[in-house]
Design a binder for this molecule. Structure first.
Ligand code: ADE
Length: 251
């Protein structure tokens, strides 16, 4: 069982976010558990203040450290109901300044028992959270969101489907994009002709060895077109190098 605890000033944002598809099934099967906690619960005083002006001046507000530290301390001191001996290994701060989330990091996170996610807001989060509380500062990509909430949904989705049992026996993550450093190959279903576009003949002829070869080559073609950066870093097998040469010659 992997438990996610989200610390946020917008707990309602998550009301139905995890009620669909694989994440819903994984929750129903008891493989994962997700709770959203209102950061204001850990504030002092009537006004439930979570933010303050930045030292040194400048625009916007910064999330204060005290409520965030108090939240993580309470959540980690409370014993994990299912496995009392296990304390959380990961406290993730979501921010555009973080390391970028990748499939291999998602695979890592799927091995944990408990992950606490801190959603940043406003202009930022007091740096002492990143320095002394979070085990990881993660970004979901090189663009700025108005807060960490959508990033938390993305991270939980990417990790939940990798928890053993979540995908069911008929599907597997082995062929997913990025699992081998390349993008996934193109997929087709009926009809065999649509708006004048034919499904590649090889997929219709039932020759499975040929289909496997076609898929590997087309995954390379797709990766070259959309993510040449991935192709540069990938370790290709001998046949893959040959297919890539063929593709390069086709132009
Ligand atoms: N908060 C704002 N932008 C973000 C990003 N790109 N990733 C994670 N959290 C964020």
């Amino acid at each position: 069982m992997l438990g996610f605890d989200i610390i946020t000033i917008f707990p309602d944002y998550f009301r139905t976010a995890f009620d669909y598809g694989i994440v819903r099934r994984a929750r129903a099967a008891g493989l994962i558990k997700i709770a959203a906690h209102d950061l204001r619960r850990w504030t002092q005083g009537r006004h439930k203040v979570v933010d303050d002006r930045p030292f040194g001046g400048g625009d916007g507000m910064v999330l204060k450290p005290e409520p965030i530290f108090a939240a993580v301390e309470e959540l980690t001191n409370k014993q994990n109901e299912d496995e009392p001996s296990k304390l959380p290994a990961r406290v993730v701060l979501l921010s555009p300044q973080g390391r970028v989330l990748t499939q291999s990091l998602a695979e890592d996170l799927a091995q944990e028992d408990r992950i606490i996610l801190i959603c940043g807001r406003y202009e930022g989060v007091d740096e002492r959270v990143a320095e002394a509380l979070a085990t990881d500062e993660l970004s979901i990509g090189d663009y700025v969101l108005s807060g960490g909430e959508p990033a938390a949904v993305v991270l939980i989705d990417a990790v939940a489907r990798l928890v053993p049992g979540a995908l069911g026996s008929e599907t597997s993550a082995a062929n997913d994009s990025f699992s081998n450093g390349l993008l996934d190959c193109p997929h087709y279903t009926r009809p065999p002709e649509f708006h004048g576009m034919r499904v590649p003949e090889v997929l219709l002829n039932g020759n499975h060895a040929e289909i496997t070869r076609w898929r590997k080559k087309e995954a390379l073609r797709k990766t070259k077109r959309n993510r040449p950066d991935l192709l540069e870093r990938a370790t290709l097998s001998e046949p893959e190098r040959l297919w890539l040469n063929e593709i390069n010659q086709e132009q």
